[in-house]
Ligand binder design. Structure first.
Ligand SMILES: Nc1nc2c(c(=O)[nH]1)N[C@H]1C(S)=C(S)[C@@H](COP(=O)(O)O)O[C@H]1N2
Ligand SMILES: [Mo]
Length: 347
């Protein structure tokens, strides 16, 4: 595997502009026009694995929903009891190679199957009560904890980070998350040496999250990381976005942000962190084990069974850019996978 190591914070400021994108634009548009090859698959797999061309059609209707106003409106954000915490200072170690996605887009074009399989669930997600919100930290730890989310926030070192997010469906955004390093939560729990994985469980409330009435999905949404991944400096628990508390549609009050992995790993609405010696069987892995796995690291060379992962559509733009190995974060995470080459690391 060829891994180009270039530290993001060493890039000149000019590298943060999308000039190189335009150079490749003609070739990329050609490739995109050729379209994905669609195979016959059960409808259930249209889920996270929505084909890129269908995702593009969905974007064309997105602007209508923006007119009605995004969930980051000042009124919504101010009503959140954690509002006084934001904005938090930006950690400049994490740099983007593209412009920040407009907030109106990032908060109205979402994946959150608990509220339905369309991209426009942001209004439906407002039904989720996010206080009180109890968080359980348990399993193979010295310090089992049951804590309200606001008490947890008070203990954690909050900062802002600019991260890319690359969905397995081949669209991408770049946003300022607020939150804390997952490692801070791991340290609070003091895992035993026998803990090998961190399992994250999302809320389960079919009365407000109507998508959870769809019994063919294995609710609640489960995700997981190895302990090395959970302690990696990039692994982040996001509690806000664009300098405000997290909108419900983006995963309030706690969602994971692991930017080197496909977006489905970054689970929303987390209620429980369990340290375990058993590798979690994750939500999308259960739904479609031939298409989605535990590792889900971004790799342009490894196509999804139904489409190429070489390029990605940038939300709010009409061009595609080249997808990068580990979504451009190889310098931070590539070493986590030495010795694991036998695993399906890229699905
Ligand atoms: N609980 C839960 N978390 C989830 C999802 C979901 O359906 N349920 N969708 C995932 C997918 S596929 C993506 S791409 C990202 C999208 O995050 P965003 O809506 O904030 O852009 O959330 C991820 N986290
Ligand atoms: Mo996704």
């Amino acid at each position: 595997m060829l891994i180009k190591v270039r530290r993001g914070w060493e890039l000149p400021e000019s590298a943060a502009t999308p000039e190189h994108i335009f150079r490749d634009r003609r070739r990329l548009l050609k490739a995109a026009a050729a379209g994905p090859i669609l195979l016959a698959v059960p409808g259930i797999l249209a889920g996270c694995g929505e084909a890129p061309d269908r995702a593009d059609q969905a974007t064309q209707v997105a602007p209508e929903s923006q007119v009605a106003g995004a969930g980051t409106s000042d009124a919504t954000a101010a009503a959140d009891p954690s509002a006084h915490l934001y904005p938090v200072a930006r950690n400049l170690r994490y740099r983007l190679d593209r412009e920040i996605t407009p907030a109106e887009l990032a908060t109205t074009y979402n994946n959150y199957y608990e509220f339905g399989s369309s991209k426009t669930i942001w209004k439906k997600a407002q039904a989720l009560p996010i206080r009180p919100w109890m968080v359980t930290i348990d399993g193979l730890v010295e310090n089992k904890i049951e804590i309200g989310v606001d008490d947890l926030l008070a203990k954690m070192p909050l900062e802002e980070r600019l991260y890319r997010l690359r969905c397995v469906e081949a669209w991408a955004m770049a946003v300022p998350w607020s939150g804390f390093a997952l490692k801070a939560l791991v340290d609070l729990a003091r895992p035993l040496a026998s803990a090998k994985y961190l399992r994250m469980e999302s809320f389960h409330d079919p009365e407000v999250a109507r998508g959870q009435k769809a019994s063919w999905y294995p609710w609640p949404y489960i995700e997981g990381l190895t302990m090395a991944e959970a302690r990696n400096e990039l692994a982040f628990i996001a509690t806000g976005i664009y300098g405000k508390p997290m909108p419900k549609q983006n995963g309030a009050p706690l969602r994971l942000a692991v930017p080197w992995k496909y977006g489905f790993k970054s689970t929303k609405g987390i209620v429980r962190f369990t340290f375990t010696d058993v590798r979690p069987n994750t939500f999308w892995e259960k739904v479609g084990p031939a298409e989605y796995g535990f590792w889900a690291n971004v790799n342009p060379e490894v196509p999804h069974p139904r489409w190429s992962q070489r390029t990605e559509r940038v939300l709010g733009q009409d061009y595609r850019v080249d997808t990068q190995l580990f979504n451009g974060y190889a310098e931070f995470v590539a070493e986590l996978y030495t010795g694991l080459e036998g695993e399906k690391l890229f699905m």
